[in-house]
Design a protein around this ligand. Sequence first.
Ligand code: ADP
Ligand code: MG
Length: 373
Amino acid sequence: MKNCPLISAAGVLVLIILVIIGQWQISMDRGDTAVVVMHHPDDVMGTNCALAAVVAHHKTNRAKDALDRAEEVLRRIESQMSSWRDDSEVARFRDAEAGSEIRVSPDTLAVMYAARTAFERTGQAFDVTCRPQLELWRQADQLDQEPTAAQLSEARLASSWAGIHLTATGIVKHEPRTSLDLGGIAKGYAIDLALQSLRQAELPGGLVDVGGDLACFGTQPGGQPWLVDVKDPDLPGSFARLQIVDRAVATSGDYARQIEIAGKRYSHIIDPRTGLPADAARSATVVASTAVIADIWATALSVLGPDGFDRLPEGVEALIISAGEHGRRFICTPGFRDLLTAPMPEDWECRSDGRTQVADNRTEESSSQEQYP
Ligand code: ADP
Ligand code: MG
């Protein structure tokens, strides 16, 4: 936790390992040859990054250009939304006087609208205004001392959407202490934009993986779907493999970037409803149509635990690992089970309560939503 540099995961364990089974060169059915061109930019959002483009073997230059453009997109979003850079738009908002409108880029504004909707949809479990609480726990980590009740309640008061008004061009700051942390959403948004730029190169397939969160389109060479291994949070290796077509996967875990106070470990994700570090899940893996949705819900389910399944929008699938009295529990939605390449292990539970209601609400409301996360 100390010295963590960026909006996403400094030193984060890579939870999901991209498996490019086709390796570098595979014959396509029609006799043409496709290759996967890989690009591993250094230190994007403080974590490992892998970009992949599937391309006919005589067009690898086109793939390289597309991968460079995708990297630029990731770096641009990082520079706008990082909590750790003094020149980001998030830093400008933090330093601005109360009462003024802070003009921000269309990307930051889109993320803020998505974050506001997510705050409502997740029952306030996902809250980008929780930065005063995050800072309090980071400070506690450094002092090696838990925050007091008074500090906690002050930080909770300072974390509120009441201090913010979104306009068409920026964010109005009403309360001087209001500040933002987009660390639970910006990476997903950046992955989606980077993937969109790969798509524009009209390749048969592509994939963007930042710190284990990823999105893909098309197929690997040979027409095979992309395969994603979900790494075990406690043991070496992976415990599940998913077959993914045109979707995104994100994982949040309480073991990544932990806070440690007096020998006790706490999650880097805050439960904004209590001000305490979340403890409802060891890890939450979410599959969704976009990386921004997967990113939001992986963080939210870390706060809500399996009860949060009731709130999942249609088409969003999840697996939660929780630490129970009798060892670990694996709880997933039926749609997640269907993505597994092997039969679901017998000791996993499959749950889907409350979903229809959530899906119906979403359809009703979506016409009035600016950006649905
Ligand atoms: P990672 O960045 O490690 O992949 P997440 O996507 O779950 O993990 O994001 C966690 C980050 O989100 C935290 O480091 C913090 O910046 C921010 N955050 C923490 N708690 C919350 C919350 N309840 N709602 C929104 N953002 C949060
Ligand atoms: Mg997240």
